[in-house]
Design a protein around this ligand. Structure first.
Ligand code: DOR
Length: 385
């Protein structure tokens, strides 16, 4: 018997965008600590980004991640494969071999694939393989040395700006490459008004284009950088209030399919560096649901869709996650109280890192229990393993 009074029982959440750091940067996060943070956030499945060391461009690394995740037993971890060898953007990774081993999503996240011919070829392979390519939309030559959104706030602060166009050019390019090849493309962490407009038009044309947005891109603006605190530095950067409104509209009207955290742990010493030295990224797994409930004025059923069955379908894991709740179906479930208020205390998070920009914020909505394949991995807000 589990007490679910005052709660909603929904299919488990699915996060398309998580950095687990293992292998290579275990001081920031491990597969175990990241999986625990995911379970506490209500996620029963997460897609692990490939920018590890070594990156996910061989079967050996993919198998290593899967084994570590199985050992932790806190949520299902689906490692995304690299699109290019070493995420270097020069040569295709062994997409066929990795797809045959069950990898359903590929990305060079952290980097966008700069070469349009290479991206076209990757899409031509991906379609017949039945996998999806996810793009980190950033034209790198436009963001060299940039630390924050290019706009009036950045001019006031005298900091090098990161233009919205750097994202929008690649969003546009990949929509057109999807049109050309007929292959699906998923656009990661959208942050600008024009990006949302481009995806809306692509969907109206019936293209196989999906998109996600991260909670920080609908909960924070570039004004946060006035503090010069690198906890607010992220890639793509926090944008303006108009962009925040566009991201919210995109989620509400379904242009943006999924809420994905881009959980990006970094140890304190690296985030305490000056803005131009500090790495981009912020924690997301344990605050995602509450930020969505607190910030988004949308029906709870649509919000759960964006957190559960829509991302499950994009990742190709809808046979086990985001399923209808029914007898005989896999019991990957999230049980949350939509009204519970709580304050974010970084030191109480399960993540190994502390770089949340929401420290001290009181949010509404809290996960009470999470069930993975019928087994409670979170009970009354506490991880059971
Ligand atoms: O802010 C970010 N951090 N964006 C990315 O695309 C990569 C990520 C990271 O790995 O830290």
């Amino acid at each position: 018997m589990i007490d679910a009074s005052g709660c909603h029982v929904t299919p488990g959440f699915v996060d398309l965008h998580v950095h687990l750091r293992e292998p290579g940067r275990e001081e920031a996060e491990t597969i175990e600590t990241g999986s625990r943070a995911a379970a506490l956030g209500g996620f029963t499945a997460i897609v692990a980004m490939p920018n590890t060391d070594p990156p996910h461009d061989t079967l050996a690394t993919i198998e290593f991640v899967r084994n570590q995740a199985r050992r932790a037993g806190l949520c299902d971890v689906f490692p995304a494969g690299c699109i290019t060898v070493g995420r270097a953007g020069e040569q295709l990774a062994p997409l066929g071999e990795l797809a045959a081993a069950g990898v359903t999503m590929f990305t060079d996240d952290g980097n966008g694939v700069q070469d349009p011919a290479l991206m076209r070829r990757a899409l031509e392979y991906a379609g017949p393989l039945g996998v999806v390519l996810a793009q980190h939309c950033e034209v790198a030559s436009l963001t060299k040395g940039a630390v924050m959104h290019e706009g009036s706030c950045c001019s006031h602060l005298g900091l090098p700006g990161w233009p919205a166009l750097a994202e929008e050019l690649m969003v546009h390019r990949d929509i057109e490459l999807s049109r050309l090849t007929g292959s699906p493309v998923h656009l990661l962490h959208l942050s600008t008004t024009r990006s949302v407009d481009l995806v809306r038009a692509a969907k109206a044309d019936g293209l196989r284009v999906t998109a996600e947005a991260a909670p920080h891109h609908f909960a924070l603006t570039d004004e946060s950088l006035r503090s010069f605190d690198a906890v607010f530095k992220v890639n793509p950067p926090l944008r303006t209030a108009n962009d925040v409104a566009a991201i919210k509209r995109g989620l509400i009207d379904g242009t943006i399919d999924a809420i994905a955290t881009d959980h990006a742990p970094h140890p304190p010493e690296s985030k305490e560096a000056a803005l131009d030295q500090a790495p981009p990224g912020m924690l997301g797994l344990e605050t995602a649901l509450a930020l969505a409930i607190t910030e988004l004025d949308m029906p709870l059923a649509d919000l759960v869709a964006a957190l559960s069955w829509k991302p499950a379908a994009i990742a190709g894991i809808a046979d086990r996650h985001g399923c209808r709740i029914a007898e005989g179906a896999p019991a990957n479930l999230t049980i949350f109280d939509p009204t519970a208020a709580w304050t974010v205390h970084p030191e109480r998070l399960a993540s190994k890192s502390r770089n949340t920009p929401f420290a001290g914020r009181t949010l509404r909505g809290r996960v009470r229990h999470t069930l993975l394949d019928g087994v409670p991995v979170v009970l009354d807000g506490i991880a059971t393993r």
